[in-house]
Design a protein around this ligand. Structure first.
Ligand SMILES: *Cc1c(COP(=O)(O)O)cnc(C)c1O
Length: 743
């Protein structure tokens, strides 16, 4: 090495989401005040290029323009001609260099195999580090990921292949996040369950598989994006250190690295979030706490003696924002035009999104998929007449029958496991189609209604009163005074309870079971009685004391399809525990629990049964023996049982690929916003095929900007006017909320 050693650093942008270059420069300056430092980045807008720490700056051509081999060779030649060592600040640049210049002694970065070991979700690294991995799934589009996300109450992270993670809370947010990451970075997204807990980081430096040092950091402030803004630094505990030694040895790590961990609050289990193959942007915080890892790395790699001893200035660090004079490359910058929207993707000065899209594998061309036999047979049974009326709602009787079989199986499973007789009441409002009601009637199941009109419709369909469950906030609207009989009546508010008790006492209403609908205590809901509120508790107790209630029931309904099965059980348990206490006080026993609807259609028999068994056991534990369990599937049964059949009217080219205009619209698919439907395609005389995720759309027939029933699809090459598209899973609220509009 020369006597005036030089270090080249890449990734020096300093913004709300900074790269580590500037922090590395500061740490190295602290160790060697006269070290020569050169900065390298891919746009003159990289703000750190103006920092006084740098003796020279290199603005390299953006990743879109040049040939990648030439860019790598150019970087290596900058490093070699300066007799320097190179510390990367950008993951993808480092991965590319590891691949194109393997084993180059001046490039202080991990070998390619180490990049593979830490690639998300990082299973190899997690095994070596003794960490768990949050449940995950790879997804190209929302249909690949929805089943996974719904099981976790939609609380998942959607992660780009290398950078960026977006938290989601609903199906629509999931679809948007997958589309945005794909547009920015290209390639598949990783979906990972959200873990509630505290975040920790471990930063380390290594040379040729030997650990040079490490420390731990807990975030104490973060930006809106979750980036560290302040933190406290600690020594590493010996077991973690020993495992890190393993990781570094097995991967023959060279360079900096960061392990991001979240420790789950409920279980204490530490989960690996990711391993970054470079120093983190907060690296100078560790230096200030007395662990100068960049200096240890450069000293070990070059043999330059350290001039300063490491010294802790504080065990914690904070970030500040600072104005500095702009360097010559930045003084000619064009003023920003005033606009409301954030910079479009790909504008980060590092150019990483551009590089990522270039490295992402191209989508395969022929992208439709075969249907399974069952699906093909269901469609053939439903579309017997060809050409079929269009647009039209198509009913799959076989799907409904199999759903009813599954529900009967769930009832048996719950009875076998708990000993409590179990039945289900189909939620009529979800889809009041007479064919559905007829099928439910023939199975001997119950119906759940929310209005007198629905109750009449069920009576006309042949349901006796004792197989009708009446609930909801408006159940007595236009009530004719009776007398009328119901299997069960559940009251949605305290005043509803008082009115219903009066109707029963007056002889106008007879109910086998009279009950309360319990509100979820911990999530906002407009429905039910929150018995954890002292005033409601007292009024319910007063109403029930001495009331003419033969059998009391408790109903709990909040969509598990929105909050997830775990949160559902937590809310149910909390509500039932307080209700049990109330009933003990007024000396009334609950005889029946009703476990509501909102069950996600993708759940198998075992999953739904298991959840109902857990809830029933909780109920028995809190309430004592009960003699009936009810549950109220709606969309679980009917969502997959109908589709919307459409005809393609036009296929148009646009700036973002093609779009097919169809004769259906938001009128037939009103729930499209919260529910991206799977779509099948058929050319005349050809079989149905499933469309895969992509960047194209299907537009509706109405002249409304938002009449766009589906985005995020790949349209097949041959799609043409007169072809048909079939929107699946349209049998729930898409059916009941449809309206005549623009017909
Ligand atoms: C709407 C409703 C259901 C059915 O809900 P789905 O989401 O269709 O499963 C069940 N029970 C009650 C009380 C309801 O209001």
């Amino acid at each position: 090495m020369s006597t005036t050693p030089t270090v080249v650093l890449s990734g020096v942008h300093s913004g709300p989401n900074p790269s580590p270059g500037l922090g590395l420069a500061r740490s190295l300056r602290l160790a060697w005040p006269r070290l020569r430092l050169e900065a390298l980045d891919y746009s003159p807008r990289s703000t750190g290029l103006s920092a006084s720490e740098f003796d020279r700056v290199h603005v390299r051509p953006g990743w879109h323009a040049a040939d990648l081999d030439a860019l790598c060779a150019g970087l290596v030649s900058i490093v070699e001609s300066a007799g320097a060592v190179f510390l990367p600040g950008l993951d993808l640049e480092a991965a590319l260099l590891a691949d194109r210049s393997p084993g180059h002694a001046a490039l202080l970065l991990p070998p390619s195999a180490a990049f593979d070991a830490v690639a998300k979700p990082g299973e190899t690294a997690a095994a070596l580090l003794g960490l768990a991995i949050p449940e995950y799934r790879f997804a190209e589009g929302v249909e690949d990921g929805a089943d996974f996300a719904v099981r976790h109450g939609w609380r998942v992270w959607v992660k780009g292949p290398r950078y960026q993670a977006i938290a989601t809370g609903s199906r629509a947010e999931l679809a948007a996040a997958i589309a945005r990451l794909r547009e920015t970075w290209g390639g598949e997204s990783l979906l990972q369950r959200h873990v509630d807990g505290t975040e920790e980081s471990v930063v380390f430096a290594a040379l040729d598989g030997e650990l040079l040092g490490a420390c731990a950091m807990r975030k104490t402030m973060v930006t809106a994006e979750g980036k560290t803004w302040a933190g406290s630094v600690d020594l590493l505990d010996p077991p973690t250190r020993a495992r890190l030694v393993d990781l570094v040895r097995v991967t023959r790590w060279t360079g900096g690295g960061e392990v991001e961990i979240v420790r789950e609050a409920e279980t204490g289990v530490p989960y690996l979030l990711e391993v970054n193959p470079r120093f983190p942007a907060w690296i100078h915080g560790a230096t200030l706490a007395g662990v100068n890892l960049p200096a240890r790395l450069v000293a070990a790699a070059t043999g330059i003696p350290r001039q300063e001893r490491e010294r802790a200035q504080s065990s914690a660090f904070v970030r500040v924002v600072e104005e500095i004079p702009a360097g010559p490359h930045a003084t000619g910058a064009v003023p920003l035009t005033h606009r409301a929207l954030p910079a479009p993707p790909g504008k980060h000065p590092s150019g990483m999104p551009v590089l990522s899209r270039r490295l992402a594998p191209p989508r395969p061309r022929q992208r439709t998929a075969d249907l399974d036999h069952q699906r093909a047979a269901d469609i053939a049974d439903a579309l017997v007449v060809d050409p079929y009326e269009s647009p039209a709602r198509v009913y799959f009787g076989g799907v409904l029958d199999r759903g009813l079989d599954r529900l009967a199986g769930v009832c048996r499973d719950v009875e076998d496991a708990t000993g409590v007789p179990t039945r289900f009441a189909y939620s009529v409002k979800t889809n009041p189609d007479p064919r559905v009601l007829g099928a439910v009637l023939r199975r001997g199941a119950l119906v759940e209604v929310i209005s007198q009109a629905e109750a009449r419709r069920c009576a006309e369909a042949g349901f006796p009163g004792d197989r009708v469950v009446l609930g909801g906030p408006a159940k007595w609207w236009r009530f004719d005074g009776g007398p009328v009989k119901f299997g069960a009546v559940f009251c949605d508010s305290v005043s509803d309870l008082e009115r219903t008790l009066a109707l029963i006492a007056g002889g106008g209403v007879y109910a086998d079971v009279l009950g309360l609908r319990l509100a979820p205590p911990g999530v906002p809901s407009r429905f039910g009685i929150d018995v954890t509120c002292p005033r409601a508790y007292r009024r319910v107790a007063d109403a029930l004391r001495g009331a003419p209630v033969a059998r009391l029931g408790l109903q709990f309904h909040h969509a598990a399809s929105q909050i997830g099965l775990r949160a559902w059980l937590r809310e149910f348990t909390a509500a039932v525990t307080v209700a049990a206490d109330l009933l003990t006080r007024v000396d009334v026993r609950a005889r029946c629990v009703d476990l509501g609807g909102g069950w996600p259609p993708g759940l198998g028999r075992a999953e739904l049964g298991g959840q109902l068994v857990r809830a029933t056991r909780t109920a028995v534990r809190e309430l004592g023996p009960i003699d009936q369990v009810l549950f109220e599937p709606g969309k679980y049964l009917v969502e997959p049982a109908m589709a919307v059949f459409t005809t393609v009217l036009d296929v148009r080219d646009g700036p973002h690929g093609r779009a097919a205009v169809v004769d259906a619209s938001i009128a037939e698919l009103p729930d499209w916003g919260s529910h991206p439907h799977p779509v099948l395609w058929r050319a005349p005389g050809a079989p149905w095929r499933r469309l895969r995720p992509g960047d194209e759309s299907v537009l509706g027939r109405l002249c409304m900007e938002h009449d766009r029933p589906r985005a995020g699809l790949a349209l097949p090459d041959g799609i043409a006017e007169g072809d048909h598209l079939l929107f699946l899973d349209a049998g729930a609220y898409d059916a009941s909320m449809s309206f005549r509009f623009g017909v």
